[in-house]
Ligand binder design. Structure first.
Ligand SMILES: Cc1ncc(COP(=O)(O)O)c(C=O)c1O
Length: 395
């Protein structure tokens, strides 16, 4: 018996590997500070938890339609209308098991063998693996601090070929927490649209962005490109990682294909999670989420100040999400060894740049500041001890 070539080729998501190692160390009795995982510590807003208790009243929780509960899809459409003034037919919204399944579904529906997909290097690792699972080729464009580690139109133009089928952008991005300027996003989308390529824009951190300098709320790509594919999730802004619920907004021609694929791949996303998630759009829940967003900004300040004190430069300060991507070249260690040693010696788990693409693989490390202020302070103090060459006693 053999494994598929796809399975042989797929690389692990190293952030998850480091987090698993951290859990094993905790089980073995060590106190570990976990800053390797992109998971807010808040949990779901109270109204959503309450709604889940109500849903668990013994009712038969049967399948929903493959693309999700019509009521939840209507709620999401109403949310976009209120937040962004865009009108979306709920039939174009696919409810999925997290943004992960939305990405899987969308790439399954759009990518054939030999197709090329342009994305930034560094960027979210699973995108690369998913594209390649479908026989596509990732064209990872090296980015620098000058473009805030995001694509710009010149870079996209330079990477374009007759096989380009899609451009993928996450804004704010994982691992850098940086946002692409909205005008640049519009220009890239217009270029891709004119050449008949899909625009797949992952907005999972959109509502965790800072307001723009002129006080504007973060804008969805749909405000400039109503046929872009949008990926989003309940995981981050709503603090519902383990609920496994997300969504994709699809251009009309993709809906039938996504529905057929969803029927075959998943039947539907979790019915109880879908029912309870409706409460996430209540004004009280959104107010809670906004408060948490502000808390994350405070945590960011702690982390940026702490890393600056330690002489670990954050190449581009984040303006959203909850990641600081810092350069460890000055320590004399490459990023992989830095993460391994900080975990083993100091008991802090971080994510090496290797996850995110070759450009910053050896030099950069991602720290997630979604953990509590206490954990962040403890983590920074342990890294400080580590850098001073001290083994942390008794930990
Ligand atoms: C950019 C990006 N997209 C998608 C995901 C997947 O999120 P989920 O499947 O929990 O919604 C993540 C998770 O960290 C992410 O950072």
């Amino acid at each position: 018996m053999k494994l598929s070539e796809r399975a042989e080729r797929v690389e692990p998501f190293y952030a998850m590997d480091f987090t698993r190692r951290a859990s094993e160390m905790v089980e073995a009795g060590r106190r570990i500070v976990t800053l390797s995982v992109g998971e807010p510590d808040f949990g779901a807003p109270p109204l959503v938890r309450e709604a889940m208790r109500d849903v668990m009243d013994g009712r038969p929780l049967t399948y929903t339609p493959a693309l999700g509960s019509p009521a939840l899809r209507a709620d999401i459409a109403a949310f976009y209308r209120e937040r962004h003034g865009v009108s979306i037919d709920p039939a174009r919204i696919a409810i999925t098991s997290g943004a992960s399944s939305a990405l899987l579904l969308v790439l399954a529906a759009t990518i054939d063998a030999g197709d090329e997909v342009i994305m930034a290097d560094p960027s979210y690792p699973c995108n690369r693996q998913l594209v390649e699972s479908f026989g596509g080729r990732t064209v990872a464009v090296p980015t620098t601090a000058a473009s805030r580690f995001q694509l710009d139109d010149a870079a996209v133009a330079g990477a374009w070929s007759s096989r380009t089928a899609a451009v993928m952008i996450a804004t704010p991005s994982n691992p850098t927490g940086t946002t692409i300027p909205f005008g640049e996003l519009g220009t890239i989308c217009a270029r891709a649209r004119d050449r008949g390529a899909w625009r797949i824009v992952d907005e999972i951190y959109l509502y965790l962005s800072d307001p723009t300098a002129d006080g504007m709320a973060p804008r969805t790509v749909l405000e400039v490109d109503d046929e872009a594919i949008v990926i989003n999730s309940f995981s981050k802004y709503f603090g519902m990682t383990g609920w496994r619920l997300g969504w994709a907004i699809l251009p009309e021609p993709l809906v039938g294909a996504a529905e057929r694929l969803a029927m075959n791949y998943f039947l539907c996303a979790s019915a109880p999670a879908q029912l309870a998630a409706r409460a996430a759009f209540e004004p009280a829940s959104l107010a809670v989420c906004e408060e948490r967003r502000r808390e994350l900004v405070e945590r960011r300040e702690i982390v940026l100040a702490g890393l600056a004190r330690l002489g670990l430069p954050v190449t581009v300060p984040p303006d959203g999400a909850f990641y600081a991507y810092f350069d460890v070249s000055g320590t004399g260690l490459d990023s992989w060894s830095f993460c391994q040693r900080v975990l083993e010696v100091a008991g802090v788990s971080l994510t090496p740049g290797r996850d995110f693409g070759p450009t910053t693989s050896a030099t950069h490390v991602r720290l997630s500041y979604a953990s509590s202020r206490e954990e962040l302070s403890e983590g920074l103090s342990r890294i400080s001890d580590f850098l001073s060459g001290e083994r942390v006693p008794g930990r």
